[in-house]
Design a protein around this ligand. Structure first.
Ligand code: IMP
Length: 427
């Protein structure tokens, strides 16, 4: 079986945990988009792993991990993760494959990300400052892009870095009066990272097709969430890649028709980090309660996440554009103890009611939510493993959402550990 797991909200849906569960029966786990802006947390026994670039399958020793061409690779972060895993007894030797076509995030990308956000002031996107947008912009612009394949020829890389640094320095000075880019310093770091990374660089498209032909099970792991998709998300408050499942084919060279099931990930409520419209946001005691109980602070930046009610209009949209077959709902345990819960079932825009999500940020900022209110539950559900044992209110809440998003919810997360999951086996 080949699965693709993708977030259906604004990221941080708990993909790491689901990927880790599914990785048990997968030979290969593939990242296809995004970069070190992602933060996937996996808890194994009592040990917590926070991964940014490494596919979540890394914590399972027999699983091969692929970083596809659609990912932007920050070598400093990746080498840090390889070394961090090694210190905890997990080696990536012989099982990490990085696309030669993946683009490389270097210091000047992070510098540009910060400078641009500072200059935008109140209009900033609220990026993770990991250099993601500037690196993808260089990829699209082509002339100043550096890919993993460039590390095969260090003299060529040195020349290219000098040229890029000169160009960037002139722009940074003119626009931001910033310090020049240190080409030699960056080159020295590249030489260091090369030792660990170059032996993993290969044609991952070929590797994946051969593996699929041999009947291997492959799991494709999305990063961020569908509502942050560059083309289909709440532009301009999005990330710079196709974070929905639509980015999968382009991001690793494997067509969507080879996927047996697209699994959409949601949290039992909504969160968002950074700027941008968020119709169901609860900037009040309810949001505060969800944040504290759900530990809703960014894995990558530590920023407090904005929290709100479940938005079925938004999730139905993501499920629709992404061809989602089934949904995994995480963090259900976080909602215990709330007397009542609301689910947004429609928007009112300019006096008219609609269930179609307008991804234009301006239009979205004007919508009014139409809520369905249901009773909450008080019981601690974190040790329940069967659907039938869940409180009736919990089941009603899930069934309500299932009806609104028109997709079966087959996996329920009731706590951070691998074992804290309920499988409904509907698909
Ligand atoms: P960037 O990807 O760093 O350029 O940030 C663009 C937007 O995407 C910002 O609103 C970030 O907060 C958001 N974002 C990027 N990565 C993640 C993630 O992994 N989880 C949640 N939000 C993210």
């Amino acid at each position: 079986m080949n699965y693709c797991v993708v977030g259906l909200q604004w990221g941080d849906e708990g993909k790491g945990k689901v990927v880790d569960i599914l990785a048990e029966n997968s030979d290969i786990v593939v990242r296809y988009a995004g970069g070190a802006n992602a933060g996937h947390t996996v808890t194994v026994a009592e040990e917590r792993f926070a991964l940014h670039l490494m596919p979540s399958g890394a914590v399972r020793p027999g699983t091969a991990c692929v970083i596809g061409n659609g990912v932007v690779v920050d070598p400093e972060v990746l080498v840090g993760e390889i070394e961090g895993l090694a210190r905890r007894g997990i080696t990536m030797e012989g099982r990490l494959f990085i696309s030669e076509n993946a683009h490389v995030v270097l210091d000047y990308h992070k510098q540009e990300d910060r400078l641009r956000e500072e200059a935008l002031g109140k209009n900033k996107i609220g990026t993770t400052a990991r250099g993601i947008g500037p690196c993808y912009a260089d990829k699209v612009g082509r002339s100043f892009a550096i890919r993993m394949a460039d590390w095969r020829d260090m003299d060529g890389l040195h020349d290219k870095l000098r040229q890029v640094a000169d160009y960037k320095s002139r722009i940074f000075r003119a626009l931001y009066n910033a310090e020049p880019v240190d080409a030699e310093g960056i080159f020295e770091k590249c030489k260091m990272y090369r030792e660990t990374l170059l032996r993993c660089v290969c044609n991952t498209t070929r590797y994946l097709h051969e593996a699929i032909e041999q009947g291997k099970n492959v799991l494709f792991e999305g990063a961020q969430g569908s509502l942050l998709d560059l083309d289909h998300g709440t532009f301009p408050f999005v990330t710079s890649s196709n974070a929905s499942s639509l980015g999968m084919g382009a991001g690793c060279g494997v067509p969507m028709k080879l996927i047996d099931s697209f699994i959409g990930l949601v949290k039992a409520y909504s969160t968002r980090v950074g700027s941008g419209p968020f119709p169901t946001e609860q900037d009040n005691e309810i949001g505060h309660r969800i944040r504290e109980k759900g530990h809703e602070y960014g894995t990558t930046t530590g920023r407090p996440r904005r929290c709100g009610w479940f938005d079925a209009v938004a999730v139905a949209y993501s499920a629709r554009i992404g061809g989602i077959d089934e949904i995994a709902m995480m963090h259900l345990d976080t909602l215990a103890g709330m007397p009542e819960l609301k689910v947004c079932r429609a928007y009112r825009i300019d006096g008219r009611e609609t269930t179609f999500f307008p991804c234009d940020a301006e239009e979205l900022s004007r919508v009014e939510c139409v809520y369905e209110t249901v009773s909450g539950w008080n019981e601690d559900i974190s040790s329940i493993s069967q659907w039938e044992d869940l409180p009736v209110e919990t089941r009603r809440y899930i069934e309500l959402i299932e009806g609104l998003v028109k997709t079966p919810i087959t996996i329920l997360g009731v706590g951070p550990r691998r074992s804290q999951a309920i499988f409904r086996n509907q698909v």
